[in-house]
Design a protein around this ligand. Structure first.
Ligand code: NAD
Length: 503
């Protein structure tokens, strides 16, 4: 390490000091960030991690200078050069204009896989789930996090949920490859495909396809609501769990918290060209500068980084020394418990306690073993594999026209639209927030000012873009305010749209 401290004899004995240093980018962040990063770097250095560190500034200081992304353009150069980013938490200012640095980093670098091991350390850390050992693999780039949102009418706002076949295949394959590489037995998938038949339905379908290629790994699918309840109630029945972005974001925090504390979990964000490692908690500003914070989350993120860069032996030394420290009852305030803990320590003393145990393994908790895959090239992250999608025969069959119209009865709107239809483009249904209201709607259905008006060619005929444009011209001329359209296409004869509820 460039700021190299002493190299522990255990590291020397393990022969770890002869490997070439791997360049990494480090950001110390805000709040408790600088303290937990220093503790982490001290431990890595003592364990003989061969790192060449480039430091960059991120977070609050930059936001205050008006850099709304929280990172300067020049800092990307370091990350793009090292392709390995160890990041402490930052404080995100409240208010508009500020972009989430995490979301920006994940998307800019294509970090498609978020990997969070959630492990119980019973009886040394309080938990209701003493045997829990779950890894959440969360899709990191798409779903509702595409950030494409619009206000469409006075009453209705929209957020687009985008799920792609390559995106689904990359993350699901990553989960199975992770299971194989880490001797895991089962991969579970959570979706809500009983409701979101196309988006979550695709994720589930790709899961079934990929799972069939890994017969040695058990697989199962749960609807996310009951799956989440089961995860919170009996997490020991899960092993690796793969999910689309939003469910993964929420449930990885739940899993970390029920394992003992969000303060103990690290996370890896893996991409084809780069990777970022961090704690899952934030910058805890009220604890900053008091030598109080627990550096464990960031340290375990750093352990994932060591495995990623091919320093499995150092990762093993650090992880086992940390487990032994927990087991010896040397605890920071957040996990300190009178009957279990022996010594309440600050951030620095905790890191010194871990350093003192380098070379030791836990006696009660299970020691970890990290082995490099035989054919691993530590300088290259795994290539995500997905099958290119063959273009289908796409035929345009109709159009959904969304209309902003307040204070109108569904039957009156239906009659108005029927007057605007053409022979080859007939009004089929009008729905409000997805519920059919015309023809033959229910008077009881609550309606907003946002209507979806579905026009289809009769007898499975095709239409052209010009037919859509002509329809929109007639709608505009009638005084109705159309706000967007969605084309209704078949792909190799398969309908590319779902029915309205009630049709
Ligand atoms: P937080 O995770 O920072 O802290 C919540 C509470 O958890 C703290 O008050 C503290 O009691 C405890 N805690 C968290 N980490 C701890 C540790 N290592 N040791 C001991 N106790 C710990 O969440 P928050 O208060 O909601 O957010 C604070 C700031 O962090 C916000 O600006 C938020 O936007 C930001 N944040 C950043 C990241 C990131 O950079 N990855 C992630 C989440 C939140």
């Amino acid at each position: 390490m460039t700021n190299s401290a002493t190299v522990d004899t255990a590291a020397q004995q393990a022969g770890l000091t002869n490997q070439a240093p791997v360049p990494i980018t480090v950001a110390r962040g805000d709040g408790i960030g600088p303290e937990i990063m220093q503790a982490t770097l001290d431990i890595l250095s003592a364990a003989g991690a061969r790192l060449s560190i480039q430091e960059i500034e991120i977070g609050e200081q930059l936001y205050k200078k008006g850099v709304m992304s929280g990172i300067e353009d020049s800092s990307w150069d370091s990350i793009l050069q090292t392709r390995v980013f160890l990041k402490a938490p930052i404080t995100t200012p409240q208010g508009g204009g500020v972009k989430s640095l995490n979301v920006t980093t994940r998307k800019t670098l294509g970090l498609y896989a978020n990997v969070r091991p959630c492990v119980s350390y019973h009886p040394f850390v309080d938990t209701k789930h003493p045997t829990m050992n779950v890894v959440i693999v969360r899709e990191n780039e798409e779903d509702l996090y595409a950030g494409i949102e619009h206000r469409q009418t006075d009453e209705v706002y929209q957020c687009l949920k985008l799920i792609s076949r390559p995106g689904s295949e990359k993350i699901i394959r990553y989960a199975f490859e992770y299971a194989v590489a880490n001797n895991r037995k089962k991969v579970t998938c959570f979706t809500k495909d009983n409701i979101m038949k196309f988006t979550d339905g695709l994720f589930h379908k790709v899961f079934d396809e990929v799972a069939a290629e890994y017969p040695q790994i058990e697989n199962e699918h749960w609807i996310v609501d009951i799956g989440a309840a089961k995860l919170a109630d009996s997490p020991e029945t899960f092993d690796v769990v793969v999910m689309p972005n939003l469910y993964g974001d929420i449930l990885s925090d739940v899993a970390a918290q029920i394992a003992g504390s969000v303060g103990l979990a690290g996370s890896a964000n893996i991409g084809e060209k780069a990777a970022m490692f961090e704690a899952i908690h934030g910058s805890a500003p009220r604890r900053a500068g008091q030598n109080l914070a627990n550096p464990s989350g960031l340290l375990l993120g750093a352990v994932q980084m060591l495995v990623h860069i091919g320093q499995q032996d150092v990762a093993q030394l650090v992880h086992n020394a940390w487990l032994r420290t927990l087991e010896d009852g040397v605890h920071t305030y957040d996990i300190f418990k009178e009957k279990v803990s022996k010594q309440k320590v600050g951030t620095q003393e905790f890191s010194e306690a871990v350093v003192a145990r380098i070379g030791q393994v836990p006696e009660t908790l299970q020691a970890v073993r990290y082995q490099a895959p035989a054919d691993a090239d530590p300088t290259k992250p795994p290539k995500p594999i997905y099958t290119p999608v063959k273009p289908a025969n796409k035929e345009l069959k109709g159009v959904d026209v969304f209309v902003h119209c307040a204070g109108i009865q569904p039957n009156d709107l239906g009659a108005k639209l029927e007057a605007l239809q053409a022979d080859n483009l007939r009004l089929q249904v009008v729905s409000n927030r997805g519920q059919k209201v015309y023809p033959q709607g229910f008077a009881e259905t609550f309606c907003t000012d946002h209507w979806r008006c579905r026009f289809l060619a009769p007898e499975d005929g095709n239409i052209t873009h010009q037919d859509v444009i002509d329809l929109l011209k007639r709608i505009a001329a009638s005084g109705l305010d159309f706000i967007k359209t969605e084309h209704l296409c078949t792909f190799d004869g398969e309908k590319g749209w779902t029915a309205a509820q009630g049709t």
